[in-house]
Write a protein that binds this ligand. Structure first.
Ligand SMILES: NC(=O)c1ccc[n+]([C@@H]2O[C@H](COP(=O)([O-])OP(=O)(O)OC[C@H]3O[C@@H](n4cnc5c(N)ncnc54)[C@H](OP(=O)(O)O)[C@@H]3O)[C@@H](O)[C@H]2O)c1
Length: 298
């Protein structure tokens, strides 16, 4: 049976590479992004790269702006109408943004990277479970190791001073804590769903283009230079996500590159930081996420 896999953020970088790899492996990939014109182009590029498709795959487009929870609700309803979903890959993300707020009043970076994916996953849970063997894959980052604490404060209340890299690190820690808690709850409820996570090491993509507050000095500048010039290709970076989405792995697995410092190389199982294995923080973040997004998991 053709696996149906929704990937967010397919319009560039790792998301595009993930969509291509999954489509090459025979999946019906639902292409999700915020920009309809870019999405059309992504599908055109995908179909051209695949060559003639002899089955009935259509690569549906799903317009979703993760900076707008109304858009997330609309997209989830649209996806639910298309039928059961085997895998949700929460790939889309932004890095080191300024203090901008989303239309719902959230920190823009935090809602895009954690709260909207939390809401999308919760809204799609019945659609995922209907597949009988579902997965949810989070795309985290080695930068989660720099986070001192989980983002368990109300995301609608600005934290001053605004520290772009702290927010990014905490959002990527949130991806791992969400995965841990979703996996725990799925096991406890006996749901046919596994939660896994992956990270791409250091990959050259457009992510830095959005890092409006990377700063000329300090950690921002170091990371910008490192990611921009030394990164592996998007295809190689996406391999960890593809492994988490398709390989025979238990729930809770975390996949990353096998090279030095997990920066590049073939994907294998890796260990997250201790902060990402904190059950109390995972539960707290879940409560905060439900309250902030208004999405309660069934
Ligand atoms: N590159 C790395 O080295 C690296 C390392 C660790 C983790 N990651 C993670 O990998 C993921 C993908 O990043 P990337 O490197 O591929 O960056 P990218 O090339 O900038 O791609 C980001 C994608 O997210 C989409 N996106 C951003 N804001 C959105 C929103 N509000 N609603 C819907 N989609 C939105 C973008 O859409 P538009 O095209 O419309 O902007 C784009 O498709 C992120 O979660 C990032 O944290 C990357």
């Amino acid at each position: 049976m053709t696996r149906r896999i929704l990937v967010t953020g397919v319009t560039s970088g790792l998301g595009a590479a993930t969509a291509h790899a999954l489509a090459r492996a025979g999946a019906e990939v639902l292409l999700a992004g915020r920009n309809p014109t870019k999405l059309e182009q992504t599908r055109t590029d995908l179909v051209r790269a695949l060559g003639p498709v002899t089955d009935d795959r259509t690569f549906p487009l799903v317009v979703v702006d993760l900076a707008d929870l109304t858009s997330v609700r609309r997209a989830a309803a649209e996806v639910a109408r298309l039928g059961p979903l085997d895998v949700l890959v929460n790939n889309a993300g932004v890095m080191a943004l300024g203090p901008e707020r989303s239309v719902d009043g959230f920190d823009l970076q935090m809602v895009t990277n954690h709260f909207a994916p939390f809401a999308l996953t919760g809204l799609l849970l019945p659609t995922l479970i209907a597949s009988g063997d579902a997965r949810v894959v989070a795309v985290s980052s080695q930068i989660h190791r720099l986070a001192r604490q989980a983002p368990v404060h109300d995301p609608r209340v600005p934290r001053l001073p605004h520290r772009p890299w702290r927010v990014y690190a905490e959002s990527k820690l949130a991806n791992l804590l969400f995965t841990r808690e979703l996996e725990r709850r799925a096991r406890e409820a006996g749901l046919p769903l596994r939660a896994l996570a992956a990270h791409p090491g250091r990959t050259s993509t457009g992510l830095l283009g959005g890092a409006t507050h990377a700063g000329p000095r300090g950690i921002g500048a170091v990371l910008v230079r490192a990611f921009g010039t030394l990164g592996q290709s998007a295809e190689d970076g996406a391999a960890a996500t593809v492994m988490a989405a398709t390989a025979d792995l238990p729930g809770g697995s975390y996949v990353g590159p096998s090279g030095p410092l997990e920066m590049r190389g073939l994907p294998h199982l890796v260990q997250p930081a201790r902060a990402a294995q904190d059950d109390y923080a995972a539960d707290r973040l879940w409560q905060v996420s439900e309250a902030a997004t208004g999405v309660s998991y069934p």
